[in-house]
Each structure stands twice: as C-alpha cells, then as structure tokens.
Design a protein around this ligand. Structure first.
Ligand SMILES: [Zn+2]
Length: 310
C-alpha cells in the first residue's frame, strides 16, 4: 500500500491572522482602516500558504491528485491514467535512454519578412513566448537511443505558441528527416500542434509540402518513420508529416484532426458521433494504427524498429 500525503487544508493558518494583528498594533494605537487593496494583499498572503500547484484536480476523473505522484507516473493521472500534456524536453526525457539525446539545430530563429502584427508585432510575440515557455522554438530534435536502438527523434512543443508549425519548426523537422535519411536512422516524430503558424502565413503553409517531400525521399531510401500523435494534433501538422508515418501511434483520448469539431459541426450541420476525433475513434476508422498508453510507448517503438529490421 502506498502512502499518499493528505491534501492540505484550505483554511488560513491562524498564525498569519495573529501576525497581521501584531503588525497592525505595532503601526499605531489607532486600529488601521483596511482598504480594498489591503484586503486583496491579505488574501494573496493567505493563499500563498499553500504551495502553488502541489495538488491539482484531474480533468479526467475530477479527483485531487498529488502533482509529484502524477509526474512520477510519466505525467499520467495515477487514478484514471489521464495523459497530461508534455513539453518537448520532458517528452525526450521520457522516451530516450538516459544521457543519450543530443539536440540539433537549436540556434534556428524565424525571420519576419511579412512584418506581421496581430495584437503585437511578431518578433515581440516570439520573445514573450520564449520567456513564458523557456524554449526558443516549437520543436526539439536530435539523435538518441530508445531502449538501445539509435533513432532520430523530433518532438513538437505545445508550450511555444501551441506547437504551431512556422518556418523554423518545418525546417527542423525537414532537417531531422534528411539526417535520418543520410544516417539510415529510424525516425520518430512526436506531434502535438495547433496547426500552421498564422503569423508566418504562406511561409508556414509551405512547410507542409517541404516536410512531406523530405519524407517521400526518406521513404524511397527505405526509411522507417514512426509517427506518434498526442493531444492535440491538428491543422497543418495533421495535414502533412503527422499522417505520413509508416506506422502511426496515438496516445489515449488524444484530439487528432484537421479542423476542430465545432467548425465541422457548423459546416455539415449534423451531430458528430461520440469520441469524434479522439484516438480510439480514429483507430476504428483506420487512421491510427495503434493506441499506445504512455508507459508502453518506449517498448512499442523499440518493437516496431526491431520488426522492421532497422
Ligand atoms: Zn484522473
């Protein structure tokens, strides 16, 4: 039996109220009039008594789960196996053998030939996203080993502009494919993306053709491409390399599609079936070859590589 820590109580500790009373008394004899901003900062202090994010409510089973336990379980809920979204670096850590991954092409940065501006100019948005996510682009690629088999691995990163495919993401994916072709390595691409990056307009759409053409050359050279689809894989990524795998794995209950369900429903004006655009449904439709839970992913990839004789 495992001992799981008990959830912290949500009531404020009595000591903070006492400390507040003490400081008020120290400030002067007259009881201080509390303003709204005082109250707000008091509430903030009270809230911070609980370390933020130690516990979280699982969107799959609505249970309170302990974050460390979830992280130790490969970022899956220990109760219902809900698969949480991963950053590219965490994905690489989970998939590859320890200390075998060597990242490549991490210095690539997009230009802004369109001088695109939405709420803010594109370069400003890129800088803000880099600060927020701690990475410089939406794709991490490199060589590594999975259960002792050498592979070329590329993982999209949702934390950077929702893993959208701009010119840099497309370029890294293409170089990864070309490197796999030259070195005769099995290629594993883990996709999660909101689609093409609208800030780069036509340039990001061109990445669809570029990655697909590189995959065609890789296929002619006899390469093995394992495409792993995770939640969510949509838009231009689905419409290009993600669907071109020799074998396509999907994580359980991942949203995989081109346009979102709402857009489709509004267009065809029909009720969509249960589980529409989810991995299990796509498996029955033949779009996905196998639904693989995260703990089995390494084993399944290694098995396919062996099966294909790579
Ligand atoms: Zn759960």
């Amino acid at each position: 039996m495992t001992t799981s820590p008990t959830p912290p109580s949500t009531t404020a500790p009595a000591s903070s109220a006492a400390a507040l009373a003490a400081t008020t008394a120290k400030a002067g004899k007259r009881p201080a009039v509390r303003t709204w901003s005082d109250l707000r900062s008091e509430t903030a202090t009270r809230r911070s008594a609980i370390p933020e994010g130690l516990w979280l409510r699982c969107p799959g089973c609505s249970q309170m789960i302990y974050r460390r336990q979830m992280e130790a379980n490969l970022h899956c809920c220990p109760e219902c196996q809900h698969h949480y979204r991963l950053s590219a670096s965490e994905r690489v850590k989970q998939l590859t053998d320890p200390n075998t991954f060597e990242p490549m092409w991490q210095g690539l940065r997009p230009t802004d030939p369109l001088k695109f501006r939405d709420l803010k100019p594109y370069p400003e948005r890129l800088a803000a996203e880099a600060v927020k996510s701690g990475v410089n682009e939406g794709c991490l690629a490199g060589t590594g080993f999975i259960k002792g088999r050498p592979v070329m691995l590329a993982c999209l990163d949702l934390s950077f502009m929702l893993g959208s495919m701009g010119s840099v993401v497309g370029e890294i994916i293409t170089r990864a494919i070309e490197h796999a072709t030259a070195e005769n390595l099995p290629l594993v691409i883990v996709s999660c993306s909101g689609g093409a990056r609208m800030q780069e307009s036509g340039l990001s759409l061109m990445q669809m053709a570029k990655t697909s053409a590189a995959l065609a050359r890789y296929d002619e050279a006899g390469g093995l491409f394992i495409s792993v689809l995770t939640d969510p894989t949509t838009g231009g990524v689905t419409a290009s390399f993600a669907m071109l795998g020799d074998i396509i794995f999907a994580e359980p209950k991942a949203l995989i599609g081109f346009a979102g369900p709402r857009v489709i429903q509004q267009t065809i004006r029909q009720e969509l079936p249960d589980g529409f655009q989810r991995s299990e449904y796509l498996l029955t439709a033949g779009i996905v070859d196998r639904v693989v839970a995260r703990p089995q992913l390494r084993t399944e990839i290694a098995r396919v590589i062996d099966y294909a004789g790579k």
